[in-house]
Design a protein around this ligand. Sequence first.
Ligand code: NAD
Length: 271
Amino acid sequence: GLPANDIQTTSSETSRPTTSIQLAGKVIAITGANRGIGLGIANSCLDNGASHVYSIDIGETGDDFAAVAKRFPGKLHAIKADVTNEDTVTAAVDQIVQEAGSIHGMVVNAGRTKHKPALDFTREEIDQLWSINLYGAFFCARVAARAFIKLGVKGSVVFTASMASYRPNKRVPSAPYGASKAGVRNMTHTLAMEWAQYNIRVNSISPGLVNTAMTYWVPQQPDWEQQLKYYGGMPRLAEVEELGGAYVYLLSDAASYTTSIDIPVNGVIGI
Ligand code: NAD
C-alpha cells in the first residue's frame, strides 16, 4: 500500500492554486503568429494580460500584425525562424528568454496543408507537409520544454491540431495532412506523460473551419452555408478570435492540472 503521508496537500490559503483565467506576467511564444489563427491567439493572450507575445514565423508580418502590435505597444514581437530547423527555433527561444526574462508558454501552431487525392501526392509534397506539421511541431515542443526545465518554469505547450485529426473532410481530403494532425494529437499524450514530472503540461486544440487563408476554398463551394448546416454545424466559419479563449485557458494557471487533452473548437462539426 501507499505510505500514509504520501499525498501532499496545500494547507494555507495563500498557497491555493489560482482560479483566474488570465496570463498576467506571462511570456508566450506562438509559431506561425504573423497572421491567421496564430495572430488571433496572440491577440487573445495580450487581451488577457500576457506581458509579451512572440511570433516565431518564417514569413513576413503584414497589416493585421501591425494592427495588433499597435493595440499593445511593445508587447507583440516577431522573430524569423523556420520551425523545421530545430537550431533556429532554439535560437529564437534563447532570444525570447534574453529579451523578456523568461518563457511560460509555447503555442505550436505553424502548419501547412495541401488538398489532393492520395493517389496523386508526390513524395516531395508529403515531405513538405510532414516536415512542418510533424517535425516542426516536435522540435518546437521540445525546445520549449528544454527552456522550461532550465528556467524551472511550470510551462504549458499547446498544439494547434485540427478536426482533420479525427475525420477526413469529404470535399478537400488530404491523407498526409490528417495524418500529421493525428500525429500531433498522439504526441501530445506522450509528451504530457514524459514531462509531467517537470510540471510541464501539453495539450492540443482542434479547430474546425476558421476564416483564414487556409480556408479560401470554402466560400467557393456552392451552397456552402447550407452544407455546413446539413452536416449539423453552424452555417459559418469561425473567426480567429473565437479560438483564443481555449488557448488562453490552457496557457493559464487555471489549467495547472489539465494535461494531455484535446479541445475541439468546431461549431459542432469539423468538415
Ligand atoms: P496560415 O497559413 O494563415 O498561417 C500559418 C502561418 O505559419 C504563416 O504565418 C506562415 O508563415 C507560418 N509558417 C508556415 N510554415 C512555417 C515554417 N516552416 N516555420 C515557421 N512558420 C511557418 O494558416 P492558419 O489557418 O492560421 O493555420 C494555423 C494552424 O491552424 C495550422 O497548423 C493549421 O493546420 C491549423 N488549422 C487551421 C484551420 C483553418 O480552418 N484555418 C483548421 C484547423 C487547423
